[in-house]
Design a protein around this ligand. Structure first.
Ligand code: ZN
Length: 238
């Protein structure tokens, strides 16, 4: 089984009726529903209110951590972001969705500002530019999102190890919408669609991509501790 933990700050849905109407169970509830429908995936959810549950114990028991946050990034304690970073270095998978580009764990992992330009209420066409990649399986040449927030370049990220999706917006902008990195022993995927007031996480292609990303990011090996050991030579006749 792949053990997934979904963090969603769960603030927009509790403060804005229009967002609650789109995601009555919260964004985390929607993601947990479609991921949990797979026989090989089990899902836990955490919100800002319960963010203290993101302990070493939980992260050791998490293969892939999914992160959605927007207006409350600053309310996530620094030590939790550092804890997430350390577990990715040791092999845990991390999937950052949409406005998680500015989340503390993601910016820590990237080491750059992760800034971009944005505008609400655009139409997006997501181009599959690496159809041979595990995350692109089941996705056609492109798919459309009728309404999504425009995220435009320049996206201040380190050059991705693999670029899977390229977003084009009706307003003319383009964006590196699906990016993969190896960070330490962990795998990191950033996926741009997922604005809170649009039903993006109900779109079959989006669900398929996030499901594929979970299977791709699942660790094959995890280091129990970050270490830098003094070590004897394996040569007998040094
Ligand atoms: Zn947004």
């Amino acid at each position: 089984m792949i053990k997934v933990t979904v963090y969603n700050e769960y603030v927009h849905e509790t403060e804005d009726e229009a967002v609650a109407a789109v995601y009555p169970k919260g964004i985390h509830g929607c993601i947990a529903d479609f991921l949990g429908a797979n026989e090989d995936i089990t899902v836990k959810t955490v919100t800002l209110e319960t963010v203290g549950e993101i302990t070493d114990e939980l992260l050791f028991d998490t293969d892939v951590l999914i992160w959605w946050g927007h207006m409350a990034h600053h309310r996530v304690p620094d030590e939790i972001a550092e804890r997430v970073y350390n577990h990715v270095m040791r092999g845990m998978g991390f999937v950052a969705l949409h406005s998680a580009h500015f989340s503390k764990p993601f910016t820590r992992l990237m080491g750059t500002t992760c800034s971009l330009c944005w505008r609400e209420g655009d139409r997006e066409r997501v181009w599959n530019i690496m159809p041979s990649h595990p995350i692109a399986q089941g996705i056609g040449h492109y798919f459309e999102i009728p309404e999504e927030e425009m995220y435009g370049e320049r996206f201040d990220i380190p050059t991705p190890d693999e670029l899977i999706f390229l977003g084009w917006f009706k307003g003319g902008e383009v964006f590196r919408s699906g990016c993969c990195w190896n960070k330490g022993l962990g795998r990191v995927f950033y996926f741009q669609p997922g604005h809170e007031s649009n039903p993006t996480f109900f779109i079959p292609e989006v669900q398929r991509i996030i499901t594929n990303a979970v299977r791709w990011a699942k660790p094959l090996y995890r280091l129990p501790e970050i270490e830098c050991p003094h070590t004897p030579s394996p040569e007998e006749n040094l």
